[in-house]
Ligand binder design. Structure first.
Ligand SMILES: Cc1cc2nc3c(=O)[nH]c(=O)nc-3n(C[C@H](O)[C@H](O)[C@H](O)COP(=O)(O)OP(=O)(O)OC[C@H]3O[C@@H](n4cnc5c(N)ncnc54)[C@H](O)[C@@H]3O)c2cc1C
Length: 593
């Protein structure tokens, strides 16, 4: 019996995501047909009165079935029968709400059927969708239980099949540039290639920096903007660690693993994508007393510290100390600084409701920068709009001046020293210092000089991408700016070029025309310049959210962030002090400790 099932199952054995999607779509269509047929037979109704736009009904059923198949493809945990029925019911209700009451009526020119009377008329449709959901869920469940359907193989399963690795590409850095290079190269090479890709990164996640300010301001949970690196790949080997020595002449990298031990990686091609570190311009006090704002740990630490300041100020009787605790200084008015202070200002003022002894007037937010205006990446008009909005919400902006020193509880701005327990540094970055010792040509900041094909100057198998590199932008004639937008595009070109040189092809030149820039400067307020058009206010804020949500990697994280935003509408910001994390330290002590 089992042999015959397996033979028959051989026809259905699914290995790729595409097959899951195709099968989901087919079963979705079949379930739609059966459920509609059954309903019509049992109720004796006229099809057009129950399902107006029958073609659309089937098209949407195919689409939803494909989505359902895609969601189930990895089979991380096979569902039990009753769980499949519950999922089918949820699918049915969601399809009815989304397709039955909104999409189909809107597409057929009737507008959404929101009110109770409309929904009552659509009740038979609910029955059909419920039936459809349960049939689809049980059909897929049955196929899995009988062994006719297999989950998409895990990367480990594929690794084990690899016996003839001939070339090794090592990528250092798991940020936008490193992850996109690895992902695109993996896609080009296919599942069973003779090329092994290894990605080395300090953290086990990709940090979606555009939403980092939202984490600090408590609008979004930290894990929700940081998908795990392993979720991006099927074959790429991910190593959590830091390179300690890059021997470009010997084609070997030594990596200190997060467990404390070391390993060496021999490579055929090496990609440098290590990003930047904060630049304190040689002032040890900044390094000692200022918070940096680059990593997830930074965002959590700043948030904790700000909450702690509010807690301590609430019970502080000494007016000087109280003022210091309620004075928050941010240095640097680029995207990171402006977005951070806008979000934190809203967070603190919005949280005062919990602190009965603190008044709004006691809180000071100070944005200090050496330029004429904030947000130099945007046009003057939008930057001035942002300044007006931030000032109206209680942020004091001090331009044309630098923070010159810092101490415990004090900050010196120009030659004036003020009491402040919070100093956050976003005023400059330096390429990762490890790059200084490779022996390659760098600019005076220490950034690796690459050509327009992303090849490091004077090298044949060393590539550089993202913020750690100086890359000519042939569109503007300047260097490519240090933004995620450019890092991602550079990485795509690099993946193309790596594939080309591994297969005796021709590398191409990096070319990208900026699509614009967006910045949020407080709750429901943003500025945007997209393809030369300028937007501000609520519309720009909605645009910001839509664009960045679509760019946030993985469907799961998109859903989580969306839920965070919905919760944020109905509930006050969370002032819970989070346990501290240090993402570069292995939380598991060595055996024997
Ligand atoms: C708060 C903030 C907000 C931003 N907002 C925007 C925005 O809205 N739009 C935009 O386009 N750009 C934005 N940027 C800039 C953008 O994040 C960077 O340009 C982009 O991340 C550069 O990508 P990268 O891969 O070169 O570097 P990174 O993303 O910094 O990646 C470097 C990677 O290397 C790893 N790494 C570093 N040192 C080591 C080491 N020694 N060993 C191993 N791994 C290491 C890091 O963990 C990281 O994974 C923002 C930046 C910040 C800080």
């Amino acid at each position: 019996m089992s042999a015959s099932v397996n033979n028959f199952g051989g026809v259905f054995l699914q290995k790729t995501e595409t097959r899951w999607i195709q099968l989901g779509a087919s079963l979705g269509g079949l379930a739609a047909l059966i459920s509609l047929g059954l309903f019509l037979i049992l109720s004796g109704s006229d099809p057009n009165s129950v399902v107006p736009g029958i073609l659309m009904y089937f098209a949407l059923a195919l689409l939803a079935g494909a989505g359902y198949g895609w969601l189930l493809r990895t089979g991380i945990r096979p569902l039990k029968t009753y769980e499949s029925i519950v999922v089918g019911v949820v699918y049915g209700v969601a399809s009815w709400l989304f397709f039955g009451l909104v999409i189909v009526p809107v597409l057929s020119g009737r507008g959404p059927q929101w009110n109770a009377a409309d929904a009552a008329v659509q009740f038979p449709l609910l029955m059909i969708y419920l039936l459809q959901g349960v049939i689809l869920a049980l059909a897929l469940h049955g196929m899995q239980s009988l062994g006719w359907l297999r989950a998409v193989e895990s990367p480990h399963a594929i690794d084990e099949l690899e016996t003839d690795i001939q070339q090794h590409v090592v990528i250092l850095g798991g940020g936008f540039a490193g992850v996109m290079t690895a992902q695109e190269l993996e896609k080009r090479l296919g599942d069973h290639s003779h090329v092994q890709i290894t990605l080395v990164s300090q953290t086990n996640h990709l940090l979606f920096t555009p939403m980092l300010a939202e984490v600090t301001a408590g609008g979004v949970e930290a894990q929700h903007i940081s998908p795990p690196l392993r979720a991006f790949f099927r074959r790429v080997r991910v190593i959590r660690g830091e390179p300690t020595e890059i021997n470009a002449a010997g084609n070997v990298v030594t990596v200190k693993l997060s467990s404390g031990s070391s390993m060496t990686l021999a490579y055929d091609h090496l990609v440098l994508a290590l990003g930047t570190v904060p630049n304190f311009f040689g002032n040890a006090n900044f390094a000692r007393y200022a918070f940096t704002f680059k990593s997830l740990a930074d965002a959590i630490q700043i948030r904790n510290h700000v909450i702690d300041c509010l807690e301590r100020a609430d019970s502080e009787m000494n007016p000087e100390r109280r003022r210091a605790r309620l004075t928050f200084v941010v240095v640097g008015a680029g995207f990171a600084g402006a977005e951070l202070i806008g979000g934190l200002n809203d967070f603190v003022r919005g949280s005062l409701w919990y602190y009965k002894h603190l008044r709004n007037e006691e809180v000071t937010f100070l944005l200090v920068h050496p330029g004429e205006r904030i947000l130099p990446e945007l046009s003057t008009e939008l930057a001035l709009y942002a300044e007006d909005k931030m000032t109206a919400r209680g942020v004091t902006i001090r331009g044309n001046v630098r923070v010159t020193d810092a101490g415990l509880g004090s900050v010196t701005i120009g030659d004036e020293t003020i009491s402040a327990e919070t100093l956050i540094w976003t005023a400059g970055n330096l390429p990762n210092p490890i790059l200084k010792n490779i022996g390659c040509e760098t600019d005076k900041r220490g950034a690796i000089i690459a050509d327009e094909k992303l090849l490091v100057k004077g090298q044949h198998n060393l590539w550089a991408v993202g913020d750690c590199a100086v890359i000519p932008d042939i569109v503007t004639g300047k260097n490519a700016p240090p933004t995620a937008q450019y890092a991602l595009r550079e990485a795509k070109t690099l993946a193309h070029n790596l594939y080309a040189v591994l297969n005796q092809g021709e590398p191409i030149v990096f070319r990208h025309r900026s699509q614009g820039a967006l910045a949020v400067v407080g709750h429901q307020t943003a500025c945007a310049e997209v393809f030369g058009f300028k937007f501000s206010g609520l519309f720009a804020w909605l645009m910001w959210r839509g664009i960045y949500l679509s760019k946030l990697p993985t469907l799961e994280k998109k859903v989580r962030v969306l839920l965070d935003w919905v919760i944020d509408v109905f509930f006050p910001r969370d002032i819970t002090y989070a346990p501290l994390v240090n993402e570069t330290v292995d939380p598991i002590p060595p055996t024997g400790d």
